[in-house]
Design a protein around this ligand. Structure first.
Ligand SMILES: Cc1ncc(COP(=O)(O)O)c(C=O)c1O
Length: 390
């Protein structure tokens, strides 16, 4: 474990490698041990070394939580069994008649949680285009407790001005939680932009190797942390020690991976923009992107996600079938490149009219760019587009 003081001056890559990951004091092992124990012996009733029962707390999970908190420069982090485990725990802080305003093109599973689960408990939701500050302000009511943002969004890579929306939300007494999955803490730190909490699907860039499902919430608000900690234990959506260890292992290369993914994504987006079979490219790094200036201000680089539109669904499905390097698969953020069709896959749980209204059309393809050679990714896409349009 690292001394809290020493991490303050460290850069991101150093924190990723060393916070919570120091040599094991018992053995000197340089890799964090996996503590499988479900229960911990007490020296007398209530006298223990910080751990009692693994749902309430586990040393491998604590190491991960310490590390993730340092990545977002937050005081606290709580790790969960999945991104949706984190989201549902956050939602259970709300009560009947509370109202939530959310960015309209959130991840489909987030929409499903709001629409099909939380509404049953009397919580109400309003979707807005959060790139429009007036729309956010108009949607807020005296019952609004939470503004839920994603930036860049999934799958249209729209960029929300987190600072500006947080100011509006706070002026009405609502808190702000940002799903920072797409950006990663390496590219964007929403707590420094005014958000009260950050949520991650750690399944994506944080794990980075398509081999672990996980989630996290970070906050510097002590009271919020206490309420979340109570619900984390009460609901029990906690990650296994092995999953925590896999996440810690993945985090060691987070900065390296995201640098390369962002570089590759820019090469892919630029090429796609000049391809005649492509109608539109969504990538915050392109001059043509409406949110570029905000992205430049609040992100270190533009990230590894690119979406593009071809003329119709049949063409999109043909392109996806013809890709050789990109695997046709849901999920994102891993070292290998993936491609998917949001309308039929990740966003299929959103009713068609709602999906189309938010701009997720049938010809849209979403790419998660990996760390392969950029030239090979570009060639794979150009070939698939040429064959699909022949
Ligand atoms: C932006 C975003 N948020 C949340 C989630 C949910 O995370 P998980 O699949 O780890 O439950 C996902 C999953 O794809 C996602 O893409």
């Amino acid at each position: 474990m690292t001394d809290k003081k020493s991490r303050n001056g460290w850069g991101f890559a150093t924190r990723a490698l060393h916070v919570g990951q120091g040599p094991d004091p018992a053995t000197g092992a340089v890799v964090q041990p996996i503590h499988l124990a479900t229960t911990f012996a007490q020296q007398g009733v209530g006298k223990h070394q910080g751990f009692e029962y693994s749902r309430s707390g586990n040393p491998t999970r604590s190491a991960l939580e310490e590390n993730l908190a340092a990545l977002e420069e937050a005081k606290h982090c709580l790790a969960f069994a999945s991104g949706l485990g984190a989201e549902s725990t956050m939602m259970l802080l709300l009560k009947p008649d509370d109202h939530v305003v959310y960015m309209e093109d959130v991840y489909g599973g987030t929409f499903r949680l709001f629409d099909k689960v939380m509404k049953r408990f009397g919580i109400t939701f309003t979707a807005v285009d959060a790139t429009d500050l007036e729309a956010v302000e108009d949607a807020i009511t005296p019952s609004t407790r939470l503004v839920w943002l994603e930036s860049p969004t999934n799958p249209l890579l729209r960029v929300v001005d987190i600072d500006a929306v947080s100011e509006v939300a706070h002026s009405h007494g609502a808190m702000v939680c940002v799903d920072n999955t797409f950006a990663t803490p390496y590219l964007q730190q929403p707590l420094h932009l005014g958000a009260d909490a950050v949520m991650h699907s750690a399944t994506k860039y944080i794990g980075g190797h398509s081999d672990v499902v996980g989630g996290a919430i970070m906050t510097s608000d002590d009271e919020l942390e206490q309420r979340l900690r109570f619900h984390q234990n009460a609901i029990g959506a906690v990650p296994s020690p092995f999953d925590c260890w896999l996440l810690l292992r993945g985090i060691k290369t987070l900065a390296l991976r995201v640098e390369r993914q962002s570089e590759n994504a820019m090469a892919v987006a630029t090429t796609l923009e000049s391809n005649r079979a492509v109608q539109r490219v969504h990538y915050p790094g392109l001059e043509s992107h409406a949110g570029r200036a905000v992205a430049q201000r609040q992100m270190r680089l533009f990230g590894g996600m690119v979406s593009f539109e071809v003329k119709d669904e049949a063409t999109a499905l043909r392109v996806l079938e013809k890709l050789e390097i990109f695997a046709l698969a849901e999920s994102l953020g891993a070292v290998e490149s993936l491609a998917e069709h949001p309308a039929r896959m990740t966003h299929a749980s959103i009713p068609e009219a709602e999906r189309k209204r938010s701009g997720v059309g049938d010809g849209l393809i979403r790419l998660s760019i990996g760390v392969e050679d950029a030239a090979d990714l570009v060639a794979d896409l150009e070939h698939a587009l040429a064959v699909a349009n022949a």
